[in-house]
Write a protein that binds this ligand. Structure first.
Ligand SMILES: C[S@@+](CC[C@H](N)C(=O)[O-])C[C@H]1O[C@@H](n2cnc3c(N)ncnc32)[C@H](O)[C@@H]1O
Length: 258
């Protein structure tokens, strides 16, 4: 298998998702053995949704992550920068509001959302650090961030099997069944290259998020990273983005056991 091009430009990432859009949801269910629905349910629970809230689901794709948050009285904005994914989403979920938005430069006001969430999207955003700062900017003080992303398997027995699945089964499946095998090679390579649970936590803190913690799901195949925007942090997100990352801050992190 040739290594997928991980040095993609944002426009190339968007084009790749335009291509997979029509079959994205079905393939997702198959490749995750139905686990994707479970992971989405855990994200929704973690968000502790309440009527009257405004939630941003960033990199929402076709809206499959967003529908899990559509509770009575909760306004969900599904944002993405792939026109192809948005088009499929608008047809499939007319109840949701879809917005074209680049995660690194969003068309939203400061402090606009009660919570921001991103599922299986941050790994695909070319500038992760910039996106983390943008998410902070649009979140209300005291609001929450929940990131759901593939992570590092913690169980040493499962690790080689999962590696085999990513490196052999996934490419073989995509070569036979997919019109866009490159996208699935990219998926495997991007999961491998993605930061560990602790490294992502550090990135969140560097971006200005507080009370950052993570929770492994399915033995670390996926991890939820959760954090808050400081209640007193009304305007500091913008100040943060103009300064170098606050790497010297005292980390206030903890891993949360399932
Ligand atoms: C794997 S899909 C996830 C979709 C959905 N959240 C889900 O859980 O099924 C990743 C999505 O991230 C989007 N994406 C990648 N980079 C982005 C960016 N810079 N801004 C907005 N969306 C982005 C892609 O267009 C794609 O729809």
């Amino acid at each position: 298998m040739s290594k997928a091009d991980l040095a993609k430009k944002p426009a190339e990432v968007a084009a790749m998702f335009d291509d997979v859009a029509p079959t994205y949801d079905l393939t997702n269910d198959l490749l995750s053995f139905g686990q994707a629905r479970f992971w989405r349910g855990v994200v929704a629970k973690q968000l502790n949704l309440k009527s009257g809230q405004r939630i941003l689901d960033l990199a929402a794709g076709t809206g499959s992550s967003s529908v899990a948050f559509a509770k009575p009285g909760v306004k969900v904005i599904a944002a993405d920068f792939s026109e192809g994914m948005l088009e499929v989403g608008r047809k499939r979920h007319p109840e949701l509001e879809f917005v074209f938005a680049d995660a690194t430069k969003m068309p939203f006001k400061d402090n606009e959302f009660d919570s921001v969430t991103i599922s299986f999207g941050l790994r695909n955003v070319v500038d992760t650090d910039k996106a983390l700062k943008e998410m902070l900017r649009v979140t209300k003080p005291g609001g929450m961030l929940v990131i759901c992303e593939f992570s590092k398997v913690t169980n040493p027995v499962l690790r080689p099997f999962y590696g085999f699945y990513l490196k052999r089964v996934l490419p073989a499946f995509s070569a036979i069944a997919s019109k866009t095998p490159e996208a699935y090679n990219y998926l495997a390579d991007s999961i491998e290259a993605w930061p560990s649970q602790a490294e992502l936590l550090q990135k969140m803190e560097n971006a200005g998020w507080t009370n950052a913690r993570f929770r492994n799901l399915s033995l670390g195949i996926v991890a939820l990273h959760i954090a808050q925007k400081d209640s007193a942090q009304k305007d500091s997100a913008q100040k943060d983005s103009a300064q170098p990352a606050a790497a010297s801050k005292t980390p206030k992190t903890k891993a949360v056991k399932k």
